[in-house]
Design a protein. Sequence first.
Length: 510
Amino acid sequence: MSGGLLVAGTTSDAGKSVVTAGICRWLVRQGVKVAPFKAQNMSLNSFVTREGAEIGRAQAMQAQACRIEPTALMNPVLLKPGGEQSSQVVLLGRPVGEMSARGYHGGRQWQLLGTVLDCLAELRGTYDAVICEGAGSPAEINLRRTDIVNMGIARNAGLPVLVVGDIDRGGVFASFFGTVALLSPEDQALIAGFLVNKFRGDVSLLEPGLDMLHGLTGRHTYGVLPFRHGLGIDEEDGLRVSLRGTVRESNTAPPLGEDVLRVAVCAVPLMSNFTDVDALAAEPGVVVRFVDRPEELADADLVVIPGTRGTVRALEWLRERGLAEAVLRRAAEGRPVLGVCGGFQILGEHIEDDVESRRGQVDGLGILPVRVRFAREKTLTRPVGEALGERVEGYEIHHGVADVTGGETFISDDEGRGLDGCRVGQTWGTHWHGSLESDGFRRAFLREVAAAAGRRFVPAPDTSFAALREEQLDRLGDLIEQHADTDALRRLIESGAPQGLPFIPPGAPA
C-alpha cells in the first residue's frame, strides 16, 4: 500500500480522532506501516515525545494505534488556548509565541503551510500510508482562504477526503450534503464519501437515506459505525469537558474492598491534560467526577487540582468559588489533596509570573513550601523516577520552575535524590503528567489515600492501564473492520478520490 487519507468531519466532535485511530489500528493489523498526521491541532491536552517535542495527545494515541513512537512530524502546529481570543503557538514541538485568533488566521497560518506539507511529505516517504485528521469542518467558509488542516492540506497533498458525521446528534444527512455543497468544485472533487458515526438501532432503517444521499451527491457511504460506550481516545479540548460527567464510560470490574474511593477533580479554567485522572477512573472502585462547587468536595476522599494553561487565573477561580477555602480546610484536616503541574503550583506559597498571566508575584494557597517562578523557556521532558517505593514515569510541560524549600520529596531518582514535587502530610504536588499511568505507583498512592480517608478500599492487583489502552484501540480497529467497507476504504487510500464525482451546487461563495 502507498497512499493517504484525510478524515474530516461535519462538525467538531464528530468522531474524527476516534475514526482516524480506528483506521490506523485496522491498517497496522493488516501489516501496513502507517502513521497519523494532523497539520494543526487546537488542544489543551498535549504530550511530550521522546525527542522532547510537544504535540496533541490525540496524535500520540493515534501513533500508539499505529504501534509507533509519536514525533513532532505528526502534529507540526499545536495551538494551546490561553483564553477566548489568543493561543500559544507550538511549532514542531516548541512554543514560538502567543497570537490572537485574528492574527493567526490573518496570515500566520498560511505561512505555516510549507512546514506542514514538508512534515506530511516526510511521513509519506517513510510509511506505506498516512491517515490525516482534519479539524472542525472543511466547510468553514470564513476560514477556507487560510486553511492548512482540512481542504487546504487535501488540495496541496492530493488526499482523498472521508467526511465523518455523528448521527447521534441528529441532522446527519443535511450535514453531509451541506458540507459538500459549500465547497468549491476543486475541493468537492476530493470529497470521496461519508462515514456515519454513533448509530443506534437497525441499520436497515438507515439504508434508504444512504441511498438517497448517494443519489444526491454521487458519493459512497463507507460505513455505519454503531454507538459504543467508552471508545473515546484522549480528548482534544479541555474547555468542553462535562463538569459533572464521568471521565470515561467504561465497564470496570466491581471494587475489591468494601468501600469505593471518590475523587473530585476541580474543573479549573483552561484545564489541561485532565487525562491524568483517566488512570484513576480505570481502577475498579474508584469514582471520578469533575466539580466546580465547594460542597462537592465534602464527600471526596481525594481532591485533584489538575493542570491548567492559566495558573493564576485558575487560582483566582478557586478563590472566587470558595473551592480554595475548602481545599485549605481539607489540608488542615489531613485529608488527601493532589496537585498536578499548574495544580501543584497553586498549592505553593507564591507564584512569580511575568510569562503566562504577566501578573507578577501572586500568593498561592500556601499549603506546600514551594515557590514558583515562570521561565520563558518551557520544560518539555519525559522523566523516570521512584515514588512510594515504586517506579514512576511521566512527562513535563510547564513554564513554572519550582523551588521546594521544605516538606518531603515526592519523586526521587534511584539513589534517593529528589527529582520533583513535594509532600506535606496528605497533600502532594508534582509537575509530572501521566504519573498515575504507572500501575505500581498508582496502586501505592491509592492505598495511601484510602488509609488517610479511612476507606476499606483495595486497589486491584492486576489493572494495567497500558493494556486497557491497547484493548480500547483494538476495539476501535474492530469497529472499522466490522462496520466499514474496508475494501473500498483500502482502494480510496491507495488510489485517491474516485474520478468524475459530481459537483453539488451552490459551491463555495465567491
